[in-house]
Design a protein around this ligand. Structure first.
Ligand SMILES: Nc1ncnc2c1ncn2[C@@H]1O[C@H](COP(=O)(O)OP(=O)(O)O)[C@@H](O)[C@H]1O
Ligand SMILES: [Mg+2]
Length: 399
């Protein structure tokens, strides 16, 4: 059984619900036996066939009557089981064993390596990037440092921790001004969906923008604003050894900074002109696919995207976002999303990979990655706590 995990305790909860519904619908029932697993905002876990439809979430708390509350716990053999809370004491038939976890969570511990680490500790296969790629990809400061180290162009930036900011505000403002000039973009280091992001054109505005970003995160990134910006995104699918790039997209925004509203809240125009009531998640963003760039530039960005995917040791599907500077034509890495909105299916369809095939590949990669991780020697016959071995250890510490 594949548990399609969505929701989560993150500002991108609703976006994840939409991505989760999409992924669930695209998962082959015969082959994978998908089951929706919803992580509610209060941290409770829910399952049941009715949670595979967005109707369970369009009314507040409808999932509580439509789904079944479960606890998730480890079982022998590298499995998780979903254990219904109101299971009869004598029947164990309602326990549902999970063979693969399919996280479709955006932001928070679902995407930052926390959940991935938990799956590895429990020995359960899971879809997507591992601990390192997820954790590094979540941090805009460390992501840039990694890219810089491997020669991928990034915009100059200054990272500030809240503890270092207090009492030294003027020194930081001087540093930003001299290193970056104006205008700059200020962002919380580990958030997404444009939350807490603003643009500053002078010193007092920068001060305010930094303070504002600290409301969301204890680390803030200030970076040079790219002039005549065009954004170009590319999805990459595979593992660090064998990865391919999708067609490119150019998101088109009504505002200087692509907002949460732009990204997720646009609704479909249904046939006949009436507005559908369902937000379509990342698939709703106004975008040009493929991005209108010449072939040379397109190929260069696709190659860069694969290099980023490898540098972060990603697996599964990721979306890598670039900033293109109109004045110079230079392209910079901006950020990586290791669980991209709508799993980037809208970039794979025009690349010749229908959504159900994308999901098949993700699950196949998950199984392969799990095998690679677990096929190696992981324990030794020696018991270091046995008396004989303890003697050998005496004084070993610090010697
Ligand atoms: N250096 C920059 N120069 C100009 N605009 C930027 C820059 N960085 C971000 N932006 C704008 O802000 C938006 C959100 O920033 P981003 O780093 O993508 O954060 P998020 O994780 O919230 O998507 C981008 O989509 C872009 O429109
Ligand atoms: Mg972004």
């Amino acid at each position: 059984m594949v548990a399609v995990l969505f929701g989560g305790q993150s500002p991108e909860h609703e976006v994840s619900v939409i991505s989760g519904m999409q992924a669930f619908a695209a998962t082959d029932t015969e082959r994978w036996n998908p089951v929706p697993l919803y992580l509610a905002k209060d941290g409770s876990w829910w399952t049941g066939p009715k949670l595979g439809s967005v109707d369970a979430f369009s009314r507040t708390d409808a999932f509580r009557s439509l789904g079944r509350r479960v606890s998730v716990r480890p079982a022998p053999g590298g499995r998780l089981v979903l254990d219904p809370e109101r299971r009869s004491r004598f029947s164990r038939t309602a326990l549902q064993p999970v063979d693969i976890v399919f996280p479709v969570l955006h932001g928070g511990s679902g995407e930052d390596g926390g959940l991935q680490g938990l799956c590895e500790t429990l020995g359960v296969p899971y879809v997507g990037s591992g601990i390192i790629g997820s954790a590094v990809g979540m941090d805009k400061d460390i992501s840039k440092l990694l890219c810089r180290q491997v020669g991928i162009p990034v915009v100059e930036h200054v990272a500030i921790r809240e503890a270092d900011w207090a009492d030294r505000e003027n020194a930081w403002l001087d540093r930003c001004e001299s290193d970056l000039g104006f205008p700059v973009i200020v962002k919380p280091a580990r958030l997404g969906s444009s939350i807490g992001i603003s643009r500053a054109s002078e010193r007092s505005g920068l001060d305010r923008a930094i303070e504002d970003a600290f409301r969301y995160d204890g680390k803030v990134v200030v970076e040079r604003a790219v002039p005549e910006l065009r954004e170009v995104n590319c999805s990459v699918l595979g593992d660090p050894v064998d990865a391919v790039a999708s067609v490119l997209e150019e998101p088109v925004s009504s505002d200087a900074v692509l907002s949460f509203q732009d990204k997720y809240m646009k609704r479909d125009a249904a046939p006949g002109g009436a507005k559908s009531q369902r937000p379509r998640g990342m698939a709703s963003l106004d975008r040009l696919i493929p991005a209108p760039l010449d072939e040379g530039e397109t190929e260069e960005i696709r190659r860069l995207a694969v290099r980023v995917f490898r540098a972060f040791e990603c697996a599964g599907v990721a979306r890598i976002d670039f900033l293109r500077e109109g004045t110079t034509g230079r392209v910079f890495f901006n950020e990586i999303n290791t669980i991209p909105g709508s799993l980037s299916f809208y970039l794979w369809e025009p690349s010749g990979v229908p959504f159900p095939d994308l999901v098949d590949r993700l699950l196949e990669i998950a199984v392969r990655q799990h095998h690679d991780r677990t096929a190696r020697v992981r324990s030794y016959a020696v018991n270091l706590l046995s008396e004989r071995d303890l003697r050998g250890l005496k004084g070993a510490k610090g010697s």
